[in-house]
Design a protein around this ligand. Structure first.
Ligand SMILES: [Zn+2]
Length: 369
């Protein structure tokens, strides 16, 4: 299968737009290519990506480094994929590069998204690179290094009073009045998700054409998890892998709609009322791809678990002090989750575990994905 599909309804064809015309859920993209391609960073996997002229700031090709202390403490073969080394400091660059490249090809004159976090910064950077104006709708209260980064790339920042949802509403109203502005949604776009799949191909090559036994990832909108799931699924279909890695997801206790649904056996998450958390990138009360995440978790035998604020802060400190890796608190969810999984016996001694460390600690503070 190649092209757009809805995990629930099957293959779909839409010219513009990100949602399934039948059920309204966000679409995904699949294309099975060859791993031997050439090109910079993620674009060496262009045979797996939608047709588009590459747009690059050097995203991808991030370092995979072995743990020197924490792995031994936990009794596992632990590796870190340093996604903070991407051009804007987070894994979102993989998605934004592909999404902006595709929308440029489709003739998008201006792109808009609602994010005061890593996704907004990434979209603003790639729009600047492509010479396309960008509009980023943010809650009026948003501030901090990520908002400053968005502004620095020349994006038009549109502050909206009221709750987070008001920014999305204002964006949709603006787009409905101006057909020149295209909604470049990091949570809905199948092309953004397509770019995130490159993380799986890269890990497979980094590990000498093997997959890890487990990956543990923070979960907000679900893009990182689904990118890994679809990427490894395609390698399985190509018979490059003999089995799927188990991909586990971690949410903060303060905002855990997917974990709640997973533990109660539901196919869709209910909206939760989040409380404050240092893991700002995961503060999403009802992820648009929630049902797709729950479906995929079952297929890769992943677990879903929560961790406390104290565990997140402790894990962030341990990564910096025991490994020399400075991540933002959202990224530290992965280590906090791994510690719980290892002590519960879900990950066995000596098994190979990869933690994608999603964003640089230099970006911490303020803003939300
Ligand atoms: Zn559908």
């Amino acid at each position: 299968m190649t092209g757009l599909f809805c995990f629930r309804c099957g293959p779909k064809s839409v010219a513009f737009g990100d949602l399934c015309p039948d059920c309204g859920l966000p679409l995904s993209f699949t294309k099975t290519g060859a791993l031997e391609g050439k090109g910079p960073g993620i674009w060496r996997f262009s045979s797996f990506l939608p047709e588009a002229r590459p747009l690059s700031l050097g995203e991808g090709n991030t370092p995979l480094i072995p743990s020197l202390r924490l792995g031994e403490e936990l009794g596992v073969d632990l590796w870190f994929k340093l996604e903070g080394a991407n051009p804007t400091g987070s894994f979102k660059d993989r998605g934004a590069a592909v999404m902006v490249a595709v929308l440029r090809e489709k003739g998008g004159k201006a792109l808009a998204d609602d994010s005061s976090g890593n996704a907004g910064a990434s979209l603003a950077a790639y729009c600047a690179r492509a010479g396309i104006p960008s509009l980023i709708f943010v809650p009026a209260y948003a501030s901090g290094p990520k908002v400053n980064q968005i502004k620095a790339y020349g994006a038009r920042l549109v502050p909206v009073s009221g709750p987070r949802q008001a920014a999305t509403q204002a964006l949709l109203e603006t787009i409905s009045k101006d057909p020149q502005i295209h909604y470049a949604s990091h949570n809905h776009s199948p092309y953004f998700l397509a770019g995130l799949r490159t993380l799986a191909y890269e890990l497979f090559l980094d590990l000498s054409e093997k997959s890890p036994d487990h990956l543990v990832v923070p979960l907000g909108g679900g893009g990182l998890f689904l990118g890994l799931f679809y990427g490894f699924s395609e390698l399985l279909a190509l018979q490059k892998l003999s089995k799927m890695p188990k991909i586990h997801i971690v949410q903060p206790e303060a905002c855990a709609p997917i974990v709640k649904a997973f533990l109660s056996g539901k196919a869709e998450p209910d909206e939760v009322v989040p409380s404050e958390t240092v893991a700002e990138g995961t503060r999403i009360p009802k992820p648009a791809r929630g049902a797709e995440v729950l479906w995929a978790l079952g297929r890769c035998q992943g677990k879903a678990l929560t961790v406390s604020e104290e565990e997140i802060i402790q894990a962030q400190g341990e990564l910096a002090q025991k490994e020399g890796v400075y991540v933002e608190p959202t990224s530290a969810l992965a280590l906090a989750g791994l510690k719980r999984l290892a002590s519960a016996g879900e990950i066995k001694e000596g098994e190979r575990v990869v933690l994608p460390l999603t964003g640089s600690g230099l970006k911490a503070g303020g803003g939300r994905c």
